[in-house]
Write a protein that binds this ligand. Structure first.
Ligand code: URA
Length: 238
């Protein structure tokens, strides 16, 4: 959470006192003087010390294996939502999914109540890679691989950044591919194949940034991020 919010919440400081704390060099993060009140901090990742007092945060970070049929909205009148898969006593009110997967897309979804982290991960400038396994209804060719590497142009003219397409298997009328993209346009993967005249018939996200979908996590299951997974996200706390 934002450092100044944490200080305000736990030390009940006024605006004036907050300013003074920073100016009088009383705010230390990982034993270093910190001057950015908006820094995103988590006590699992940072040693937070203000006027000699250690402060603790209480954020949650879950890896969910999203099943088909579930939507990545916070609330939905018709369908179950990704956050509703988290049991009530482990679900803070502001838990939300970082990014969006279509209802029929399965796989890795990060859920957190740290909005600032989610925002940072979704910024185009962060260039967070997303890897998908897809089944496509036709043969995926070397020309398709080259077109993805070049930058697919959607029907309508929107140009995608270069993407890495790997063909895993090609059957008579079905291909299995692995695709890594850095963007998150609406229905991006499906539209990229549509631009090549092909249809995605199954789609699953297996990686996002440093996070991998754990093979033991069944569809619909979730678990908290491990210390090592969280550490790998530390660079996005800013
Ligand atoms: N691209 C898509 O087309 N759908 C998803 O759910 C994710 C990426």
């Amino acid at each position: 959470m934002r450092l100044d919010k944490l200080i305000e919440e736990q030390l009940h400081t006024s605006r004036k006192e907050m300013k003074r704390l920073f100016l009088s060099r009383k705010v230390l993060i990982d034993d270093q003087l910190e001057m950015n009140p908006q820094l995103n901090v988590d006590s699992r990742l940072h040693k937070i010390e203000v006027a000699g007092q250690p402060l603790q945060t209480k954020h949650v970070y879950y890896l969910l294996n999203k099943p088909a049929g579930v939507v990545t909205a916070k609330k939905d009148a018709r369908f179950q939502t990704a956050t509703e898969l988290v049991t009530k006593h482990e679900r803070p009110a502001d838990l939300y999914p970082v990014g969006r997967l279509d209802r029929d897309t399965t796989g890795l979804l990060l859920l957190t109540d740290n909005g600032q982290l989610g925002y940072a991960l979704l910024q185009p400038g962060s260039k967070v890679e997303k890897t998908y396994l897809a089944t496509v209804n036709e043969k995926v060719t070397a020309e398709d691989v080259a077109a993805f590497a070049q930058g697919i142009v959607f029907h309508g003219g929107i140009v995608c950044q270069p993407a890495k397409l790997e063909v895993l298997s090609v059957g008579a009328n079905e291909s299995r591919v692995r695709l890594t993209i850095q963007e998150g346009k609406f229905h991006q993967v499906k539209k990229m194949f549509l631009a090549c005249g092909k249809k995605v018939t199954a789609l699953s996200r297996v990686a996002m940034g440093p996070l991998r979908l754990p093979p033991e996590l069944l569809a619909g299951e979730y678990r908290g991020l491990t210390e090592s997974e969280l550490q790998q996200l530390k660079k996005y706390f800013r």
